[in-house]
Design a binder for this molecule. Structure first.
Ligand code: NAX
Ligand code: K
Length: 478
C-alpha cells in the first residue's frame, strides 16, 4: 500500500528522522539514489555528459552531491544555477572537488542527461525569475530528464502546473509520495516514479496516528485482494445482483455498455430496467430485463444514469434507484438530473457513489479548480457520497476525507461510452459486497488498466474495453 502525503506532513516526518541521524546523512542517501538512477538512464559511464539544473534550496544541493558522485565515475558534469550566489556552498565544493564545474547557461554543451534540481517540496507558485530559462533549456534539449523529488514547476500538493514546468522521464521521489506526482498535470510531468526510502514512513504513520493514510494509491496486489472470488457455496444470489437503470430509446448503446461491464465485476446476475431492454437482451442474453426500476426485483446495488436522458421516465428511474435501500452509482444523465433534485441524495440511507467528469462536477458542486483532491473531498463531504472525479488521474474521495489516487489510465479512455463502462463496473463491485470507496477506486483502476491494455492494439472505442476488462481481471485473479 502506498500512502501519499501532503508536504507539511513529509516535512514534519523528515525533521524527526533527521534529528536522529548524523548531519547530512539523509541528503547523502538521496544523492546516492539519484546518482544510481542517473547512471541507469545513461546506460554508459565514462565520457557521458550530465547537466545539473541547480536551485537555491536542498533540491539543488541534492543535485550537486549526486553530480559529485557521477563526476567521480568519469562522467562530465556541468551545473547551471538559477542564482549562482545562492547555491549550497558545501555541495558545490563537493562537486568541484570531484571535477564538476559550475557554468553559465550560455556555455552549457550538449548533454546525455539533464538532472532537474531546481525545486522540490519548497516550491510555491509558478516558476519565477532565472528558473524559467533553465526549464526552457531542458524542454528544448533532446536529452532525457531525471527530476529530483518533483519536476520543477509542478505544485507538490496539487499537481497543478501554472506555467513552464519540467517534463521528466523519471522522477526520483524522496522519502514518500506527494500528491502532486500522482494527480492533475503533475502526473504527466513526473514520468516514471521511483521512491527512495529515507525511513519516513514509520514517522508519517506515527505522526498522523491513522490506521490508513488519508490519501492512498492502490497497487495491483491490493486490487487483486479487493476482488472477491466466488466460493464453492456461492450461488448467483449470494454473489450479488446488480441492477442497471441506463439507456433509453435514443441511447440504447449506453445500456449495452453499462450492462456489459456490470456483468464482469463478480456478481451472480445483472438486472436491467429501462427502455433499451430489447437491445440489452439481444446483446447480453444472460441479463434479466424489465421496463421499470419498480418491477426489477431485488438487487444489492444499482447503477443509474448513463444514456438515461431527461424525460419523466428518466426521473422516475432515478427516484426509484435513490429511493431504494441499497448502494447506488449515479453517472452521466443521472448526475445532471440530480442538480435540481439534491434532496434525493440527502434522503438516502445507503451509500452513493457519484462519478462526474469536470463539467458534471461543476454543475453539482461548482468549479473543480486546480486542486482536484480538495475539490473531490469538498464534494464528498457536502453530498455525503463517495465522489469519483474522472480525469487523467482519477480521484476518489470518501465523505470523511479519505482519498484514492488512481495510478492506471490512458488518454485513450477519453472516448464516447467509456464512462458507461466505468459506471457499470463500479455498480457490480458494489453489489458484490466491496465497500463503496474501495469499489470506486477498484473500478477506476481496472477501467484504466483495461484502457491501457486495449490501446496496445490500436485506437480504443468503448466496446473494446469489455474484452480488455475480462483480460485484466483474469490477469489479476489467476
Ligand atoms: N529535508 C530533508 O531532510 C531532505 C530534503 N531533500 C531535498 O530537499 C528538498 C526541499 O528543499 P528546500 O526546502 O530547500 O526547498 P526547495 O529546494 O524545493 O526550494 C526552495 C527554494 O526555492 C525558492 N522557490 C520556491 N518556489 C519558487 C518558485 N516558484 N520560483 C522560483 N523559486 C522558488 C525558495 O525561495 C527557496 O529558496 C526536497 O524536495 C528534496 O529534494 C532531500 O535531500 C532528502 C532530505
Ligand atoms: K526538481
Amino acid at each position: 500500500m502506498a500512502g501519499v502525503w501532503p508536504v507539511a506532513e513529509i516535512r514534519a516526518a523528515e525533521d524527526r528522522v533527521r534529528a536522529g541521524l548524523p548531519e547530512g546523512s539523509l541528503m547523502a542517501r538521496a544523492a546516492r539514489a539519484i546518482a544510481v538512477q542517473a547512471r541507469a538512464m545513461l546506460g554508459f559511464g565514462y565520457g557521458a555528459r550530465v547537466l545539473l539544473l541547480v536551485g537555491s534550496g536542498d533540491n539543488g544541493a541534492d543535485a550537486l552531491y549526486a553530480g559529485a558522485q557521477l563526476a567521480r565515475r568519469g562522467i562530465a558534469v556541468q551545473a547551471v544555477a538559477a542564482d549562482p550566489a545562492r547555491v549550497d556552498g558545501a555541495a558545490l565544493a563537493a562537486l568541484r572537488r570531484a571535477g564538476g564545474r559550475l557554468i553559465p547557461l550560455e556555455r552549457a554543451g550538449d548533454a546525455d542527461l539533464i538532472v532537474d534540481g531546481l525545486l522540490g517540496i519548497g516550491a510555491s507558485g509558478p516558476l519565477r525569475g532565472a528558473l524559467v530559462p533553465l526549464v526552457r533549456h531542458a524542454s528544448d534539449s533532446p536529452a532525457p530528464v531525471l527530476a529530483i523529488d518533483l519536476p520543477s514547476g509542478v505544485d507538490p500538493d496539487t499537481g497543478a502546473v501554472a506555467g513552464p514546468a519540467v517534463r521528466a522521464d523519471v522522477t526520483v521521489c524522496m522519502g514518500a509520495l506527494k500528491p502532486g506526482l500522482l494527480v492533475g498535470a503533475g502526473r504527466l510531468h513526473a514520468g516514471r516514479l521511483l521512491v527512495v526510502d529515507l525511513g519516513l514512513h514509520a514517522e508519517l504513520a506515527g505522526l498522523t496516528e491513522l490506521a490508513q493514510p488519508m490519501i492512498r494509491r492502490l497497487d495491483e496486489d491490493e486490487i487483486a485482494a479487493a476482488l472477491l472470488e466466488p466460493g464453492p457455496d456461492d450461488d448467483k444470489y449470494t454473489r450479488g445482483v446488480v441492477g442497471v437503470a441506463a439507456g433509453s430509446q435514443a441511447y440504447p448503446g449506453a445500456a449495452q455498455l453499462c450492462v456489459g461491464s456490470a456483468r464482469l465485476g463478480g456478481v451472480g446476475a445483472v438486472r436491467y430496467a429501462g427502455h433499451a431492454a430489447h437491445e440489452v437482451v439481444r446483446r447480453w442474453p444472460e441479463v434479466l430485463v424489465t421496463e421499470t426500476v419498480a418491477e426489477a426485483g431485488r438487487v444489492q446495488a444499482w447503477v443509474v444514469g448513463p444514456g438515461l436522458g431527461s424525460t419523466s421516465d428518466a426521473v422516475k428511474s432515478l427516484r426509484g434507484v435513490l429511493g431504494s435501500d441499497v448502494p447506488a452509482v449515479v453517472d452521466a444523465d443521472g448526475l445532471n438530473l440530480l442538480v435540481e433534485r439534491r434532496q434525493l441524495l440527502s434522503d438516502r440511507g445507503a451509500a452513493t457513489v457519484l462519478t462526474p467528469h469536470d463539467r458534471e462536477f461543476e454543475r453539482l458542486f461548482g468549479p473543480v479548480g486546480t486542486d482536484r483532491i480538495a475539490a473531490a473531498r469538498r464534494a464528498a463531504a457536502e453530498s455525503g457520497a463517495v465522489v469519483l472525479l474522472k480525469g487523467y488521474a482519477t480521484v476518489v474521495a470518501e465523505p470523511d476525507g479519505h482519498c484514492y489516487l488512481n495510478p492506471t489510465g490512458t488518454a485513450a479512455l477519453a472516448t464516447a461510452g467509456s464512462g458507461d463502462v466505468l459506471a457499470g463496473l463500479t455498480g457490480s463491485l458494489l453489489a458484490a459486497g466491496i465497500q463503496p470507496g474501495l469499489a470506486a477506486a477498484t473500478a477506476a483502476y481496472l477501467h484504466g488498466a483495461a484502457g491501457a491494455r486495449a490501446a496496445q492494439d490500436g485506437p480504443v472505442v468503448a466496446s473494446d474495453l469489455l474484452p480488455a476488462l475480462r483480460a485484466e481481471l483474469a490477469a489479476l485473479t489467476t
